[in-house]
Design a protein around this ligand. Sequence first.
Ligand code: 5GP
Length: 183
Amino acid sequence: MLAGPTAVGKGTVASYVRQHHPEVWLSVSVTTRPPRPGEVEGQHYFFVDDREFDRLEREGQLLEWAVVHGRARYGTPRTPVEQVLDEGRPALLEIDLQGARQVREAMPEARFVFLEPPSWEELVQRLVGRGTEDEEERAARLGTARAELAARGEFDHSIVNDDVARAAEELVSWMVDPTPEKD
Ligand code: 5GP
């Protein structure tokens, strides 16, 4: 399970894992937020409306879900995760802190990795530099990020995202072999 503050690069690290480590299965979340340019249905997210999200939630089809940044809802479809884990394959969920806490309740055996920025300044730079959000959205995300950084101690392992390939490789090797020496 990969969590960490917004704009720290969780998505980029997850993409790297998708490209270089086909043995690791990546969960595709459902979200009520609209697609960004270049995002592909079923690959980055399943984009749904509020009604559909309500239905999935009501029918117990989500392993966890959360309102992220006070705006859209995001959730992890339950069945694919359970199937992959039943097959004994490593599964990676890239979710926010609220979701991570719910998964810990539902799956105590899950392990949690916190992806952290090299520094707070770097995180602000990345958030502003991305340019995909308006000012109000950026302020909401910075607020979330500050609270999320404070929760680092709840995680089993922490990885600094100083370099995407390096961080992703550390993540995969830790997923395969989470020995205490690597902490
Ligand atoms: P974005 O809108 O930038 O794609 O994602 C915003 C945030 O939503 C990220 O911090 C990401 O980790 C989180 N997120 C994405 N999918 C899920 C999910 O299925 N559940 C939860 N709880 N958070 C998610």
